[in-house]
Design a protein around this ligand. Structure first.
Ligand SMILES: NC(=O)c1ccc[n+]([C@@H]2O[C@H](COP(=O)([O-])OP(=O)(O)OC[C@H]3O[C@@H](n4cnc5c(N)ncnc54)[C@H](OP(=O)(O)O)[C@@H]3O)[C@@H](O)[C@H]2O)c1
Length: 340
C-alpha cells in the first residue's frame, strides 16, 4: 500500500513541482494539498517546467491546519513553505510522528537534521535520532548543483571552491522578483544566499560522526546574481586541490560518477546524475534544464591548470534543487526503512 502524503505550500513554485512528481509515484499517494487559503487551482498559473497535469484545474488546495494532518492518515509531508512558517510547523509534525521532507532553510543547520543528496551523502541519515520520524532537508537550490559536481572530486583533496551563480527568477518563488527590477537587468545579490551556499556545501560534503555532521574543511566563496531566466541556475566554479590534477582524471571522474549504491535504485534518481558537455555552448537553461527529468546536472567548459579545475554547471533549481530532491530523500528514507 502506498504511503499517504501531503504537500505544504502546494500552490507555489516548488509545491507545483511536487504535484508533478508525486501524482503517479510508485510509493507515495497524494492525500492532501495545503496552502495559505482554500481555493481551486484554476485561478493559479501552472509554474512548473513539467507538463501541466490534465486534471490541474480541478485540483483544490486547502487552508493549512496542522491538526488536520496530525489527526489524519498522512504519514509524510513534503514542505514547500516559507522558512518562517516552516520553522515551527515542521518540528511539530515530526514530534507527532509525521516524516518531513523540506525545502525550507529553517532547520538545515540543526544537529539532528541532515541535508541529504542521496547520490552524495545517504549515510548522513544516521544523524536522525533512532525512533523519531525523519526530518530531512534539501540544500539550497544552488548548492545542490555545486555539490553534485564536487562529490566525484572529493577524494583528490579539495582545498577551496569559488563559485559565481546566475540564478533564475523561479528561484525566488511566485510572484517573486518585481518585473521592473529584473527586466533588462542583472541583480548582483540574492539576500542570504551566499552564506547558505558556503555553509551547506561544507555540511553536505562533511562526515557523519557520533555528535552529528563534521563539516568539510574546504573554504567556499560564493557570489550570487539573479538573471532573467525562468528555470535553471548556471554556476561558474573554480575548485582548488591540494595537489596537481589532470584533465583526463577530472573528466573521467565526472563521466563515470553514479553516486552511492543505495541512490541508484530510487525512482527519482536519473541514469546519469552528471551530464558532461563537450560543446562550449552547453549546458544552457533553454536546451538542458529538463535533462534527466530535471534531476541531472549539466557540466561544460572544463579547464585544468596545475591544481585548479574550472567549469560551468546548470542545475534545475525547482526539480533537482527543490521538489525532486525532497522526493528523492523520501524515497531514500522509505528504502532505509524509516517510514512506518
Ligand atoms: N523556488 C525555488 O527554486 C526553491 C528552491 C529551493 C528551496 N526553496 C524553498 O522552498 C520554499 C518554497 O519556495 P517557493 O519558491 O515554492 O515559494 P512560493 O512560490 O512563494 O510558494 C510558497 C507556498 O507557501 C504557501 N504559504 C505561504 N504562507 C503560508 C501559510 N501561512 N500557511 C500555509 N501555506 C503558506 C503559499 O501558499 P499561497 O499560494 O496560498 O500563498 C505557497 O503555496 C521556500 O522555503 C524556499 O526558500 C525554493
Amino acid at each position: 500500500m502506498k504511503i499517504k502524503s501531503a504537500i505544504l505550500g502546494a500552490s507555489g513554485t516548488v509545491g507545483q513541482n511536487f504535484i508533478a512528481m508525486l501524482s503517479a509515484h510508485p510509493w507515495f499517494e497524494l492525500a492532501g494539498l495545503f496552502a495559505s487559503k482554500d481555493r481551486n487551482f484554476s485561478g493559479i498559473p501552472w509554474l512548473s517546467p513539467f507538463e501541466e497535469p490534465s486534471n490541474y484545474s480541478q485540483l483544490r488546495v486547502e487552508k493549512f491546519n496542522i491538526e488536520s494532518i496530525i489527526n489524519s492518515e498522512i504519514r509524510v509531508v513534503f514542505s514547500a513553505l516559507p522558512a518562517g512558517i516552516a520553522s515551527e510547523v515542521e518540528l511539530e509534525l515530526q514530534k507527532h510522528g509525521v516524516a518531513v521532507f523540506t525545502n525550507a532553510s529553517a532547520h538545515r543547520m540543526d544537529l539532528n537534521v541532515p541535508i541529504i543528496i542521496p547520490e552524495i551523502n545517504a549515510d548522513h541519515i544516521s544523524c536522525i535520532p533512532a525512533g523519531t520520524a525523519p526530518l530531512i532537508a534539501n540544500s539550497n537550490c544552488t548548492t545542490s548543483g555545486l555539490v553534485m559536481t564536487l562529490a566525484p572530486l572529493k577524494d583528490i583533496g579539495i582545498k577551496s571552491v569559488k563559485v559565481s551563480t546566475y540564478q533564475s527568477i523561479s528561484g525566488a518563488g511566485y510572484p517573486g522578483v518585481a518585473s521592473l527590477d529584473i527586466t533588462n537587468n542583472i541583480l548582483p545579490n540574492i539576500e542570504g544566499e551566499e552564506i547558505k551556499i558556503e555553509r551547506e556545501t561544507k555540511k553536505i560534503m562533511g562526515m557523519a560522526g557520533s555528535g552529528g555532521i563534521i563539516p568539510h574543511e574546504m573554504d567556499v566563496f560564493a557570489n550570487t546574481f539573479r538573471v532573467g531566466v525562468t528555470h535553471g541556475h548556471m554556476e561558474s566554479v573554480f575548485v582548488e586541490f591540494d595537489e596537481e590534477i589532470s584533465t583526463q582524471d577530472v573528466l573521467s571522474r565526472f563521466v563515470e560518477w553514479r553516486g552511492t549504491t543505495i541512490s541508484r535504485d530510487l525512482p527519482s534518481t536519473p541514469d546519469s546524475p552528471l551530464i558532461v558537455h563537450q560543446n562550449p555552448m552547453r549546458p544552457q537553461p533553454k536546451l538542458d534544464v529538463m535533462a534527466g527529468r530535471g534531476m541531472s546536472v549539466g557540466i561544460g567548459s572544463i579547464k585544468v591548470k596545475r591544481n585548479v579545475v574550472s567549469y560551468k554547471l546548470l542545475v534545475n533549481n525547482v526539480v533537482r534543487g527543490a521538489a525532486g530532491g525532497s522526493v528523492q530523500n523520501a524515497e531514500l528514507a522509505y528504502k532505509a526503512g524509516l517510514l512506518k
